[in-house]
Design a protein around this ligand. Structure first.
Ligand SMILES: [Zn+2]
Length: 260
């Protein structure tokens, strides 16, 4: 049986205005507005639906001063996904903007790198510079899911389902993973925060929230090796994603981009 080709979607659920100088280590000499979009992603094909990351809630947006546009599950519903029935959710890393809301996926097995759990519960969380983008309730919630038998740990690279693979990148966090997906246009890589913006990777100017700068820079090379071209790499927070890719239908414009 041949490997299925998958559809891949980015779904925007939140937004945040900020300056370019906040998005690069060492700032930006041409400082200007450089906002972040927040996404979850959907991979669909071969009779499977895989949700990648679970985003944050409206309450978390208020706490962190972000603009919440819709619950990520509402965004997924626009594509016909019933989140209460989804079986597989990949958590790229445990930062608050990727790993909240997972109570809204009660039937799911959560796929997480073992190193990410070690990082989020280990000694580096004693320091604000490393724990700042984590929410303790998300991390504790993940521990509860472990005890409920609902987490599958991955150790490095491996296949998730036919053709779709997980790859440990690290850098931004100790256990950050990305997803590589076979599509009709070739190998697409959902990079999540292995590169927040196209510019971080293209100009090799790392994002300032980082576990290991060296790991993050190595990660840019790794992304390029995994994808068919740089245009097959999907950054985690770049508003350009919604400009470069079309919506699957007119009414989803500005919300959903089809990436395959
Ligand atoms: Zn993020």
């Amino acid at each position: 049986m041949s490997t299925p080709l998958y559809e891949v979607y980015a779904i925007k659920y939140a937004h945040h205005e900020r300056r370019a100088s906040e998005n690069f280590i060492g700032g930006d000499p041409h400082d200007g507005p450089m906002p972040l979009d927040y996404f979850v992603w959907l991979v669909r094909g071969g009779g499977r639906e895989i949700v990648v990351d679970t985003g944050f809630s409206a309450a978390m947006a208020r706490k962190r001063g972000r603009e919440h546009l819709r619950c990520p599950t509402e965004g997924l519903k626009l594509l016909g996904v019933d989140c209460s029935a989804v079986k597989d959710v990949v958590i790229t890393h445990l930062h608050y903007d990727h790993a909240g809301n997972f109570d809204l996926f009660p039937a799911a097995t959560l796929h997480l790198q073992e190193l990410e759990m070690n990082y989020a519960t280990g000694r580096y969380m004693c320091e604000e510079c490393f724990r700042g983008a984590f929410e303790v309730e998300d991390v504790v919630g993940m521990v509860r899911r472990v005890y409920a038998g609902r987490v599958r740990f991955h150790d490095g690279d491996g296949e998730l389902c036919p053709g779709v693979s997980l790859h440990l990148i690290g850098g931004h966090t100790m256990g950050l993973q990305v997803l590589r997906v076979p599509t009709r246009r070739g190998w697409v890589v959902l990079a999540s925060d292995a590169t927040h913006f196209y510019a971080n990777m293209e100009q090799v100017r790392p994002f300032p929230i980082v576990w290991s700068v060296a790991g993050m820079v190595d990660g840019y090379r790794r992304l390029k090796a995994l994808a068919d071209s740089p245009a097959h790499i999907i950054p985690g927070h770049d508003p350009l994603v919604l400009e470069r890719y079309r919506a699957p239908s007119k009414d989803l414009q500005g919300i959903v981009a089809r990436l395959d």
